[in-house]
Design a protein around this ligand. Structure first.
Ligand code: NAD
Length: 284
């Protein structure tokens, strides 16, 4: 295995498997379908939407794009989500967030049917992650980290895993998923005392803080495995992770690059979840 854990290798395997499954469903006249909901024209949202569309359609999943003006009211948006819940042709719904400030995020998330919540934003999905059962779906980024570990046969069981970041999108659900895989977890955040000492005890270090290059070699135990979730812009506007790749690369045993690591796998997991949702909804 290369030192770099390249997302594209994981994506190739996942897409190959999903294509076969989609083909079989299509033979039975079933068309897995994702609806993407976007409010406004934020550059990040448009970029993620385009990559999700490309990934899904490449696998044979149909995508509906529901784009609303920034002026949409909270109630109007909730009504749209309810309509998507009721639409039998739609199997999964991805709501691009954060939403504009006049819309209460939690109300919109709560309106979504957990059965179609392919990015793990509802309480039902998060309860499923907590209980490690089949309710809803994990957030795609958190599952992407797990899929990378699985693909490269890195077993977190019994390992000391440190997760930097405790957001509901990445850090917290990922920590819970790793507990289910029998890892010993430490979750760090902005109030953690002596982050360097805690991080440098990790066998597997996962950085999801959103701070460009904050993890240097002093944070990394020799031969540790490093998963870098961060997507940040450096001072020159270049995309970088939370890990200072050049500084740590000769210390670690394996590391995900940015770009080309976790982010690459996220849309493949999204497609995987649409397919899982489709099958669950049809009792397959
Ligand atoms: P967030 O801002 O919601 O949460 C960041 C977390 O990191 C917080 O819990 C905070 O306490 C912790 N943190 C911040 N600075 C810290 C510091 N200096 N020391 C210790 N802890 C610190 O961010 P998020 O939505 O969880 O995203 C985290 C990063 O992952 C961002 O760079 C984001 O762009 C990236 N991300 C990537 C993907 C992907 O597909 N690869 C998806 C979602 C988020």
């Amino acid at each position: 295995m290369d030192k770099e854990l390249k997302g594209i290798e994981v994506v190739r395997r996942i897409t190959k498997e999903l294509k076969v499954e989609v083909e079989q469903l299509k033979n039975d006249n079933i068309q897995p379908t994702l609806a993407i909901v976007r409010v406004g024209n934020k550059e990040d949202d448009i970029y993620y939407q385009q990559s999700a569309v490309k990934r899904c359609t490449g696998i044979g999943i149909a995508v509906e794009e529901h784009i609303y003006d920034e002026s949409i009211t909270e109630q109007e948006l909730i009504n749209e989500i309810v309509n998507l819940n009721l639409d039998e042709a739609v199997n999964g719904v991805l709501i691009l967030r954060p939403l504009p400030k006049h819309i209460t995020d939690s109300l919109v998330c709560a309106a979504l049917d957990p059965a179609k919540d392919i990015d793990g934003i509802t309480d039902g999905s998060l309860a499923g992650v907590m209980k490690n059962d089949n309710t809803g779906f994990a957030p795609c980024t958190a599952r992407a980290c797990i899929e990378i570990l699985k693909h490269f046969e890195i077993d977190p069981s019994g390992q000391n895993v440190v997760v930097i970041g405790r957001s509901l999108v990445v850090g917290k659900p990922l920590a819970l998923m790793l507990i289910s895989l029998n890892a010993t977890i430490t979750v760090c955040h902005t109030r953690t005392k002596d982050l360097e000492a805690v991080a440098s005890a990790a066998d597997i270090l996962i950085a999801a803080a959103g701070r460009a290059k904050m993890v240097g070699r002093e944070f990394v135990k020799p031969s540790a495995i490093v998963i870098d979730v961060g997507i940040n812009a450096d001072e020159d506007g270049k995309m970088v992770g939370d890990v200072d790749f050049d500084d740590v690369v000769d210390v670690v045993s394996h590391i995900t690059p940015v770009p080309g690591g976790v982010g690459t796998v996220t849309t493949a997991v999204l497609a995987m979840h649409v397919l899982e949702a489709t099958k669950k909804q049809l009792g397959l």
